[in-house]
Design a protein around this ligand. Structure first.
Ligand SMILES: *[C@@H]1O[C@H](CO)[C@@H](O)[C@H](O)[C@H]1NC(C)=O
Ligand SMILES: *[C@@H]1O[C@H](CO)[C@@H](O)[C@H](O)[C@H]1NC(C)=O
Ligand SMILES: *[C@@H]1O[C@H](CO)[C@@H](O)[C@H](O)[C@H]1NC(C)=O
Ligand SMILES: *[C@@H]1O[C@H](CO)[C@@H](O)[C@H](O)[C@H]1NC(C)=O
Length: 456
């Protein structure tokens, strides 16, 4: 793998020696903006059962790549290493949401990038490609943009890549960036203007001079409809960090019932007013402390209540360990929440004891905890115990459609929570449907409130 990333870099150096342009652009500023997210599986004709099964498979794959992140955790700002995997990046293909915005001028090129709070680099495939994966629209053509320029190696955004190479005469910064699932993007670091929607649908918001990777040798596992990845992590390279917004938020519309509805993401502005204006219940807040240089958004998780029972779990099970393992984080790249095995087993036992229905053979339903429903059951009337996630200073009382899923045709219902088969707790997207979630990175806290996301 190391050899292949090195030869990828070398062939890219040769390739690029011939392709050079530069131009100057005006300064960037911070602001409020909106972008739309589409679910990766929208518009692809999947049934509800298929959508749910695909989500489970992706969540498992993501959990597996998390287990392989190693004891050092997921860090940015390390010294460049020789390993092909960039300092701290975990993702897996078919993560959950694509963010849409425009790059370049005078006609912004629309990109669809996987929104990934588990990594930092923003990149999109560029022409001419040495090796690009298939994407529905043509890759971005950097030469078609009047404002794009190649950053010199002295640019701060050229620092801390797994590997970089400098083309001497042109001072072009070439990067190699790898992910936990073995995917690699190789390209040049450039800066250009991004175009987003205004929060209220008014005039577009144009932000000049943002740095991103123009990937022309991209290999590994990528989504059907993505053209790259938008890192939303804590590191300096991520989109929220570059925009210096300090806060961003998302509100996921119902995933399985109408996956074609887009979900909004807001960057900057008065997020506290926004969440209050749309909340259909209390707005709560919990600390989101950084752990060293970790890219992830760690939370302080305390416990779980099922029905009237608080599970007898010591909260240290959810805590971040000194060696960089464990911990609880919220992740836009994970569909279903997963808990360490011991916690998951207790959770499953609590549901089995309280839901007095036959348990379905787990192998038939992809290892999930499912119950069969008696013939002619009105699924809305099946009593389901409530589920509360206890965070430091905040209780997330989940609506039942955020943790149980009923398959009418097959007359069974399944718990949409998984065994992490590791020591990390990941709060996934399915549990965040119709909830407005504000990442207040500046003040190290997470705000959440129930909301009707399709009304935002
Ligand atoms: C763009 O940003 C880089 C890095 O902050 C800076 O060095 C450069 O002067 C900026 N360019 C313009 C035109 O603002
Ligand atoms: C994915 O691409 C297909 C075919 O181009 C399109 O019909 C579908 O709407 C796209 N889905 C998303 C989420 O963009
Ligand atoms: C590179 O690492 C240094 C030291 O941790 C940090 O200050 C800087 O912001 C990092 N830059 C990038 C682009 O990651
Ligand atoms: C963060 O990164 C910097 C630069 O590599 C390093 O000196 C520092 O020890 C790191 N901090 C932690 C807590 O890992």
């Amino acid at each position: 793998m190391e050899d292949s990333s090195m030869s990828q870099l070398l062939s890219s150096v040769l390739f690029l020696t011939m392709l050079l342009t530069t131009s100057a652009i005006p300064a960037a500023s911070a602001l409020t903006l909106r972008a739309d997210l589409t679910h990766v599986d929208s518009g692809r004709g999947f049934t509800r059962w298929e959508l749910a099964s695909r989500m489970v498979a992706r969540s498992r794959a993501r959990a597996a790549s998390l287990r392989h992140r190693g004891g050092a955790g997921n860090y940015y700002g390390q010294h460049p290493t020789t390993a092909p995997v960039a300092p701290g990046t975990v993702r897996h293909a078919d993560t959950e949401y694509l963010i849409h915005f425009g790059i370049g001028t005078p006609r912004p090129h629309q990109v669809a990038l996987t929104l990934d709070t588990g990594s930092d680099l923003v990149w999109t495939q560029c022409t001419p490609c040495l090796r690009c994966f298939a994407q529905p629209s043509p890759p971005f053509d950097p030469y078609a943009s009047k404002t794009l320029y190649n950053v010199p190696c002295s640019d701060p955004s050229c620092a801390n890549f797994t590997r970089t190479a400098c083309l001497k005469e042109s001072h072009l910064c070439l990067y190699v960036y790898g992910y936990g699932d073995g995917s690699i993007t190789v390209g040049k670091v450039v800066r250009d203007t991004f175009t987003f929607k205004a929060p209220n649908g008014g005039t577009a918001v144009v932000v000049p001079n943002l740095s991103f990777g123009c990937g022309f040798d991209d290999t590994g596992l990528f989504n059907t409809n993505e053209s790259g990845i938008a890192g939303f992590g804590r590191g300096p390279r991520s989109l929220p960090s570059q925009l210096k917004v300090g806060k961003f938020s998302h509100c996921f519309t119902s995933m399985l019932d109408d996956p074609s509805k887009s979900s909004p993401v807001f960057l900057g502005g008065t997020q506290d007013d926004l969440i209050r204006a749309h909340a259909t219940g209390p707005v709560q807040s919990t600390p989101m402390p950084p752990h060293g240089n970790s890219t992830f958004y760690y939370l302080s998780f305390k416990g779980i209540t099922v029905g009237k029972t608080r599970l007898p779990v010591d909260e240290s099970v959810f805590a971040f360990k000194g060696d960089g393992t464990g911990g609880t984080f919220i992740d836009s790249g994970t569909g279903l929440t997963s808990f360490p095995t011991a916690v998951f087993d207790q959770l499953a036992t609590a549901f089995k004891t309280q839901i007095r229905l036959p348990v379905v053979d787990a192998s038939e339903v992809g290892g999930r905890l499912c119950f069969s429903l008696p013939d002619g059951t009105d699924e809305k009337k099946v009593p389901v115990p409530k589920l509360v996630f206890h965070f430091a200073g905040a209780d997330m009382d989940l609506p039942r459609e955020n943790y149980f899923y009923v398959y009418e045709a097959d007359a069974f219902m399944c718990l949409m929570i998984l065994d992490a088969e590791g020591d990390t707790t990941t709060i996934g997207n399915f549990q965040q449907q119709n909830m407005h979630i504000v990442y207040d990175v500046h003040n190290n806290k997470l705000l959440f409130a129930p909301a009707q996301c399709d009304k935002l």
